[in-house]
Design a protein around this ligand. Sequence first.
Ligand code: HEM
Length: 162
Amino acid sequence: MTGLAAIPPDLLSKAGVAYVHYLSFMLCFGALVLERRLIKANPSKQDATLMVITDVVYGIAALALLGSGILRVLYFGQGSEFYTENPLFWWKVGVYLAVGGLSLYPTITYILWAIPLRKGELPQVSEALAKRLGWILNIELVGFATIPLLATLMARGVGLPG
Ligand code: HEM
């Protein structure tokens, strides 16, 4: 216990925000993998409901990821200029926004599924739609896997001018 008390509180809050950043990243990635596994034409009621729930978890985790990222830039990192002056940081933000933009299509699709599901009916999912969603999820997974590489480089000052 004395060991824990000796840790400066600002270090603990930095670690806490970093933890939220990693946890939300894991949740986002896990949700995308699950959606990728579940997507198929004419899903069962159980699978379609699970997809809708998974996407809600993904959405909340993506917001927590963004929020904790912004907090790290502003208050819990190495000073905001350390990041904003690094093009790799903006690439990271750009890839995040691109993936977020791409996920609007699946998200709107699942929201529309919720309407028949609430009436106890099955959503109509064609082979073509399932294939399209599968590809979008593949691209999102690749995007998400690239971001930590940009992050680890950026965190070590790689890409900073001068
Ligand atoms: C726009 C959204 C984001 C912002 C503003 C942001 C910001 C940050 C900041 C400021 C750090 C701290 C770097 C340091 O230790 O000095 C960081 C670290 C990190 N971020 Fe993000 N982040 C965002 C999105 C993401 C996403 C989407 C992922 C994963 C897919 C991610 C993964 C990581 C990882 C793995 C680290 C640790 C890097 C290291 O310490 O080696 N971030 N992020």
